[in-house]
Design a protein around this ligand. Sequence first.
Ligand SMILES: [Zn+2]
Ligand SMILES: [Zn+2]
Length: 246
Amino acid sequence: MERTNRSRADNLGAKSSAGGLDITPAEAKYWWSWFIFGSIMTVETRHHLRRSWGFCARHTWQHAMVEIEAWGGRPFGTAILYEDLCGRAARAVGARLKPAPLRLRRLRPRAVCLACDYLQIAQTVAEPSHLERCARVNRRERTTRLLAELQPLWRERTCPQCLGGKGIVCRMHLLESAGPLGRSLLSQLERLRQRLELFVRSMTWRGPVVGADVQVSWLEVLGWFAGWNFPAALASETASTTSRRS
Ligand SMILES: [Zn+2]
Ligand SMILES: [Zn+2]
């Protein structure tokens, strides 16, 4: 029970969204040694991620950043995972016979963030390989470039309460304000899932060529699940670096 309560606080981002953009050696070890090359393949992990609605805010964005920086420059696995979760969230929101408070409650995590759980118990001694991976990810070169390319679009589609955009009110703020669930939420989530599906296919052999409207979908879905603090912080970091150079 204690484990579940901790997961709720963490997954809502109350604690875990703090701590800066850099990944730590322990987090690098988690992503490399346990998650991306290991447990993501297992049925148990997929079921856990459905119960926890992915990771906490920090680790949702970090998962994408690690994937972008370390493998191929695009968030392929992240998009597959969140396409699945987005479809499940749409079905939870649209369950017709259930009253709104009950549907809203289904958007709360029912399991701990897997990365936070690992970090609580791991006794990680920084190894050279972890330090080198941290340095590579923490340069954030590919992620910064991707966000800059899509910036006008994702800024416009952010949660009104996170960053004043015209996008879908994020899950964090829906849960904080305890609703009500807008009638359009189901169709917004379903349309987002469809664009994500196209985005995933565009990264496969002979997949379709897609425009910015589809390419931005991975940012929108992570923003909906985990809030928009990470891209906002990264964009302002980039802006201050650029102004220092000029
Ligand atoms: Zn976490
Ligand atoms: Zn929000």
